[in-house]
Design a protein around this ligand. Sequence first.
Ligand code: SF4
Ligand code: SF3
Length: 551
Amino acid sequence: MESAMFCRQCEQAARGVGCEVMGNCGKDPKVSALLDLMIQGLKGVAVYAHRARELGAKDREIDLFMLDGLFTRVTNVNFDPEDISRRLYNCYRIKEKARTLYEQAYRERKNEPARPLDAEPARWTPAENIEGLVAQGRKHGVLTWHQDPDVLSTIEILIYGLMGMGAFAWHATEMGKEDEDIYAFIHRALAATADPKLQLKDFVALSLECGKMNLRTMELLYQGHAERFGDQEPMKVNLGTRAGKGIVVSGHDLPMLEEILKQSAGKGINVYTHGEMLPANGYPGLRKYEHFAGNFGGAWQNQTRELPDFPGAVIFNTNCIQRPDASYADRVFTWGEVAWPGIPHLEGYDFTPVIEKALALPDLPENPGKEILVGFGHEAVFKVAGAVVDAVKSGAVRHFFLIGGCDGAKPGRNYYTDLAQQVPKDCVILTLACGKNRFNRLDFGDIGGIPRLLDVGQCNDAYSAVRIALALADAFNCGVNDLPLSMILSWYEQKAHVILLTLLHLGIKGIKLGPSLPAYVSPAVLNFLVENYALGPTTTPEQDLRQALGT
Ligand code: SF4
Ligand code: SF3
């Protein structure tokens, strides 16, 4: 019997196979079909935009829409059929714009009209209503992307990589950081997935190229943040609340947080980060706002338990949103690509509705909380590099562990907490992305003044982790694979997935990935990853530590 939906793009894929009745994330079959249609629509845009570029023609609206569309499909971003439908009609308009661009460029270059493209996505026209769009989307589910399971696996690896990279690039554009090569690659790669002539090796190569282009994307994102807000600095973050009105900002987007801070200044409102926004507390350009009060709550998957206790307004600017509980749904907003049915959605940078909501809601109590340390982006780590290198040479620091990646709601993720707690006292732990929320409130102490837990930042700061690894290799005059460094990663969604592609592109071997391996990696593709990169699943903290330390 045909299932209601099929999605296996994240770590929560049901039974490690795929969500077929209802997404474990909360995505229903209707939304799933619309998001499948989004990929089909984007392929249509890409086949034209890629060919137009080959003829020297490009268009910024098309390029920016591509990032929008890819980001919309990322796990835990958009759950609103109305919102996605609007984006789909826009996708069709953009595809037609790309078609015209291509046809004009062709005529100008070749002095003859372009022949119609035969790629199926190029011919898509949207149905007239949501039900029709849903019916269309159901014909373009992931299992239709290719008949061969191994080729399908590599196409999924590529498309999910493009989604993660699209999200990072979307953030970078907000700060004016763009790169023609990134747009050209995204169009070329997505157009390739609609080309039936291409084979497994082509998609493997494109996936590794995706990792390479993502490194460039992450570099741009880092530069955008650093130029606008200064480099991250080690700073203590208060986890309590201040007396007064409050706004919680959840997600990843720093320029949006800055606007909220600017617009709410002097109004008796305190602003708190939540989830992956925590590292925002390490940026001097954001900390300068006196009413930036710290962080509320823990990991994203605890939001429905924690946000009922926050009496102020809440806004999600990126993933990960979950179904807002009735006890706080009337004070939640979404922004950017995030949407949830019935929740007010803000576009642009006018946050008056959130501010007015916060002012109308009850005060928060004065409740001084624990403090934790954030802000060890690569520039901050480089400042203590001499001490770190000396500590390694003297034997005071034996090994580094990068325990990075996304958190998730499934059981089995306590592996990372157990691992962090069992890491021997003469080892340093670097954290990155939201997985750290499981254990970053614990006290890890220091080694001769070097904190044992150094938080490099959000998943959006993965560039810093790469720079730290490369600098260590430089300092010890060896390759990254020869360093006393183990990467034990947790993945959940497509941003973690593309960071992994970047690490593979850099030739990093021996990465441990958990808590489970992606459902979309076929046995043959997994074999390839094991043979070429020694990529393996996490096992038990004890066994993985023994292997990492050679004990
Ligand atoms: Fe399931 Fe993840 Fe897809 Fe949601 S995004 S439907 S949890 S595989
Ligand atoms: Fe987390 Fe959603 Fe990915 Fe940015 S907030 S790491 S999962």
